[in-house]
Design a protein around this ligand. Structure first.
Ligand SMILES: [Zn+2]
Length: 510
């Protein structure tokens, strides 16, 4: 380690070869599992293994990722920022083309990474404030909020004891007159804050002004409250984080502006997957596979099921930008041919459909091989990670898309989350009115759907009896900062101990 200049690296691996195999691995759900499948521990999971001779091995710090390949269990890879572990979305041009890059890192470890060999046990720490329980966090996009439905949502969450991180538009600049904003609905939004919810920016307005005015808004806005730390990109606002690569501002200027306005937690369009039956825990890579998605949607009609599967194969399994563009073009051209009778779009439509069809056919052909492979951007379970913009450090969070609250928050799913000590940060649109959104919160503009209401009631009770911690996003990240400070050491008797007193709950892992 001494020869390597960490400041010059953005990613590196340490490979450790043991003279005997690793037989057990402490999983994210705090249970021992065998190494008969590939194992991964991210920054918020225990880093403890057991060798064949019964020896425990534990990391002294919790940074990075531990990875074991089932084909060679003598090797432990300790990886720092490998590809797709901390992904950032960048829109190139304004034509919707998205590229994935790797977070920019500044490695500052509390101590140099080392392995400890305790004689009796390892030590693990809880991700949740309620020791070793599950975590449910909601981040809501306000695209369809109105003064009227904001009140209904707030009362609903109060009745069910659920807290959310609620996006709002600072300025009322919208094609819809009744769209809620801080400018028009300050009192109501402050009621949310009083109830213990977190308020967060959803860009600055619903609709897009011209480029000059947009940047003036961005550079000059004054934070309306002093505790607004979270920023969620909306639409294609030119000043969005995801458009930084073709922004008129340099990275330094962009980072400075956010920093000056007290913003340091960002979201930019990456979901681990879409929640449905059996898909709820961002830590469990088995939830983010094609097989799991198919199983979760098995009682849907055939057409809907095929439609969802094709979308999932393209957006999550391949997650390939050219393919996503072709998919969008195909859908657009289809509409132009059918509704506008524009024949010139027929040829590109056929070309794109054939090319997509080939990729989808490949999945069907090799189904047995690919069905259980985690999606590209879910393999390392990214949830919260750091990223440098300019020379300032920010947190980026990755979400679980949650549209259908009947399926996503069914009793079965909530129990799964609890059993797996899982985590989700949901990406929601609570006020969406469109009828084709199955399982939405509002049955009509004045009533909450009964089945969804029952689900939230069940969730609320689990929160009350502390089986699930329901933090706001900032609360979660503040608590998880403890993981950066963890240092373990071994005393003269070979016992592992916590070297610096951090506030996380810990216990022995035997
Ligand atoms: Zn939005």
């Amino acid at each position: 380690m001494t020869q390597i200049k960490l400041s010059e690296l953005n990613s590196f691996d340490i490979e450790i070869v043991f003279d005997q195999p690793i037989i057990e691995f402490r999983n994210y759900d705090y249970t021992w599992v065998k190494c008969d499948e590939d194992r991964i521990a991210n920054e918020f999971s225990p880093k403890i293994i057991k060798l064949k001779n019964g020896q425990y091995v534990q990391a002294n710090i919790n940074d990075g990722i531990w990875e074991i390949n089932k084909k060679n269990t003598h090797i432990l890879s300790w990886r720092f920022n490998p590809e797709f572990a901390e992904p950032i979305a960048n829109y190139i041009d304004f034509n919707n083309k998205k590229e994935i890059s790797t977070a920019k890192k500044r490695f500052d470890f509390p101590e140099k990474p080392a392995l400890l060999f305790p004689v009796q046990n390892g030590i693990e720490f809880s991700r949740s404030k309620y020791p070793f329980s599950a975590i449910a966090c909601f981040t809501d996009h306000c695209d369809f909020d109105t003064a009227e439905n904001l009140v209904l949502q707030r009362k609903f969450f109060e009745e069910n004891n659920v807290k959310v991180t609620k996006g709002f538009f600072l300025n009322h600049f919208s094609k819809r007159a009744d769209n809620a904003s801080f400018q028009n609905d300050k009192e109501e939004l402050l009621e949310w804050r009083n109830d213990g919810h977190e308020l967060c920016y959803h860009s600055l307005s619903q609709s897009i002004k011209n480029e000059k005015e947009s940047f003036e808004d961005f550079e000059n806005f004054v934070p309306p409250l002093n505790d607004l730390k979270v920023w969620i990109d909306h639409g294609f606002q030119p000043y969005n984080f995801s458009l930084l690569s073709n922004n008129v501002l340099s990275e330094e200027e962009f980072g400075e502006i956010l920093n000056a306005k007290n913003i340091n937690i960002l979201w930019n369009y990456i979901d681990s997957g879409t929640s449905t039956n059996g898909i709820i825990n961002q830590l469990n890579t088995k939830h983010f596979t094609l097989a799991s998605f198919l199983k979760g949607n098995k009682n849907l009609g055939l057409t809907k099921k095929i439609q969802l599967m094709i979308k999932n194969i393209i957006f999550h399994y391949y997650n390939d930008e050219n393919m996503i563009l072709k998919y969008k073009n195909t859908a657009g051209n289809f509409k132009k041919i059918i509704f506008q009778k524009k024949i010139k779009f027929l040829l590109p439509f056929i070309k794109n459909s054939l090319s997509l069809g080939k990729s989808i056919f490949k999945v069907i052909l090799f189904w047995e091989k690919v069905k259980n492979k985690p999606y590209k951007l879910s393999k390392y379970s990214p949830i919260v990670f750091k990223n440098i913009i300019g020379n300032k450090e920010f947190y980026v969070f990755q979400t679980l898309e949650m549209l259908d609250f009947k399926r996503s928050l069914s009793k079965h799913n909530i129990n799964t989350l609890i059993d797996e000590k899982g985590v989700f940060i949901a990406h929601t649109y609570f006020s969406v009115p469109m009828k084709y959104h199955q399982g939405r919160l509002f049955a009509d503009s004045k009533t909450i759907d009964l089945e969804v209401s029952e689900n939230f009631n069940y969730l609320g009770n689990k929160i009350k009896n502390r089986e699930i911690w329901n933090p706001t996003l900032t609360e979660l990240i503040e608590y998880w900062k403890g993981f950066d400070k963890i240092i373990f050491d071994i005393d003269l008797d070979g016992n592992i101990f916590e070297k610096n007193n951090i506030l996380l709950e810990i216990r022995k892992a035997i």
